[in-house]
Design a protein around this ligand. Structure first.
Ligand code: ADP
Ligand code: MG
Length: 242
């Protein structure tokens, strides 16, 4: 699988309201593009548009792939809410995509991913019996099993404790190597660890954010990572709430 780069252009419109004007965003092939920004600016809306899902907003430009092919079937979205089916087991939730498409699920792969996200032995549990962080890791496994060229993750680690979050960041960076990833996060340290490129999305448009010159994933203890985190924090503190 060769992941394309994406180009996203135009104003992000919600009816007559411009959420974010003049997008001109390139998400390079095989790299992590990270979006930060205040609540309500349209990050999740943009994520849904990239994934081709129904959405009340639209882009006046468009979303194109560098290989000129449609994005249909090549994008998966890990949404901001876990969207687990309450009546289905953890295993059935993780293999839901295949079953919805009428394909044979791959339970061995699902069990392997469950083990990697720390949910070994949870196959028959229902979502209601899980903590928020456990539910989020089911959703992560459901995203990873899709094995798509383009992966959009909307605050994927927000419910995790610090140690689990750090481990899941490394897991995602490893398993999504070579994919074109768009990550939405409020966590400057997460952006500093994972981003090849980072942008601040706010009401007046997208702004590039400074990052270390090194290749992600960056070690938590790397002074360059911590310095980037501090710089990102300082930049985010200048943004008024939406
Ligand atoms: N289904 C919807 N119908 C109408 N407005 C929506 C809907 N979903 C989101 N919005 C509005 O779109 C704007 C952007 O929301 P969202 O993309 O969720 O922001 P973010 O993810 O950056 O916090 C907000 O003003 C929100 O109220
Ligand atoms: Mg959101």
């Amino acid at each position: 699988m060769t992941a394309p780069s994406l180009h996203i252009s135009g104003d992000l419109q919600l009816g007559a309201q411009t959420l974010c004007p003049a997008l001109d965003l390139t998400c390079p092939a095989g790299q992590w593009t990270v979006l930060l920004g205040p609540s309500g600016v349209g990050k999740s809306t943009l994520a849904r548009l990239i994934a081709g899902l129904p959405c009340p907003a639209h882009l006046t430009g468009g979303i194109t792939a560098s290989d000129g092919l449609p994005l249909d079937g090549r994008v998966t979205l890990m949404a901001q809410t876990d969207q687990l089916l309450p009546w289905a087991s953890v295993l059935d939730n993780i293999t839901l995509g295949a079953r919805l498409r009428g394909q044979r699920p791959d339970p061995a792969r699902a069990l392997d991913l469950m083990s990697r996200v720390g949910l070994e032995g949870f196959a028959t549990r229902r979502p209601a019996t899980l903590s928020g962080g456990q539910r989020q890791r089911v959703a992560l496994a459901r995203t990873l099993i899709e094995d798509r060229a383009v992966v959009v993750m909307d605050e994927p680690f927000s419910a995790l404790d610090a140690a689990t979050r750090a481990a899941m960041q490394v897991l995602a960076a490893t398993l999504l190597h070579g994919r074109t990833v768009i990550l939405i996060t409020h966590d400057p340290l997460e952006a500093a660890r994972l981003a090849h490129r980072a942008h601040l999305m706010q009401g007046d448009g997208l702004h590039p954010l400074p990052l270390p010159a090194t290749v992600p994933p960056r070690a938590l203890s790397d002074p360059a990572t911590l310095s980037a985190q501090a710089n990102l924090y300082a930049r985010l503190m200048q943004v008024a709430p939406a």
